[in-house]
Design a protein around this ligand. Structure first.
Ligand code: PGA
Length: 249
């Protein structure tokens, strides 16, 4: 068991508008009360300035959904970690399965992104997770350990500075959640791998993501190695997101 603060991060993906973001954030902030966990929203890059201003003075942190593996220069369309920092970004998702799947991000690229984020003072939320095919082939452990190993070998930064999110690809956006036992089993594997690399592994927050919702959050978050959630669909509805936050005690 551990006593660190849980983190509930919403991943808006490619959703939102100036009007919708404002309504959603106002409702979230109004409903937060004395939330005992950390809360963040990962928003599309064009809205970072808007969300920074709407969340200022609140308990909600700003996150990006990606970050470039390069520091600066001729990389059209990319957003650097330094630019994110300029907009008060606290966390950056790296290696989300949609980036790995649709944008060809390899383990090495994901590790470089994590390193760039850390160097700029932005905490990377490193996403790992197996596909259904890999799970059925008994490859879950091998796959998540390979994905995490790439990031553990970051030069110059301690792995204890990252957040890790276990997101089984088959559970993302499908309504098919990993059972608390299935999720805990993988989280225990990741924790052991982190413990072998750092004496501060206990401090590292391991989030679960994949169809987390208001109904299943409490049971998932009660597992000893589940330190929070990365929430897609349910983070777009203030009442649902608030219920998940309330479940993170
Ligand atoms: P979901 O997405 O909650 O809609 O399954 C989670 C994620 O992709 O981070």
């Amino acid at each position: 068991m551990n006593s660190k603060k849980k983190l509930i991060a919403g991943n808006w993906k490619m959703n939102g508008s100036l009007a919708a973001n404002e309504a959603l954030l106002r409702a979230i902030i109004a409903g937060l009360g004395d939330a005992v966990c950390d809360v963040a929203v990962a928003v599309p890059a064009p809205y970072l300035a808007q969300v920074q201003s709407l969340t200022s003075g609140s308990a909600v942190s700003v996150a990006s959904q990606d970050v470039s593996q390069h520091e600066a220069g001729a990389f059209t369309g990319e957003v650097s970690a330094g630019m994110l920092k300029d907009f008060g970004v606290r966390y950056a998702l790296v290696g989300h399965s949609e980036r790995r799947q649709y944008h060809g991000e390899t383990d090495v690229v994901v590790a470089e992104k994590a390193q760039r984020a850390l160097a700029a003072g932005v905490t990377p939320i490193v996403c790992v997770g197996e596909t259904l095919q890999e799970r059925e082939a008994g490859q879950t452990e091998v796959v998540v350990k390979r994905q995490l190993a790439a990031v553990i070998h970051l030069n110059g930064h301690c792995i204890s500075e990252v957040v890790v999110a276990y997101e089984p690809v088959w559970a993302i956006g499908t309504g098919r959640t990993a059972s608390p036992e299935q999720a805990q089993a993988v989280h225990a594997v990741l924790r052991a791998q982190l413990a072998a690399a750092s004496e501060h592994a206990d401090r590292i927050r391991l989030l679960y993501g994949g169809s987390m919702n208001a109904a299943n959050a409490a049971q998932l978050l009660a597992q000893p190695d589940i330190d929070g959630g990365l929430v897609g669909g349910a983070s777009l509805k203030a009442p649902d997101f608030l219920q998940i936050i309330a479940a993170a005690r």
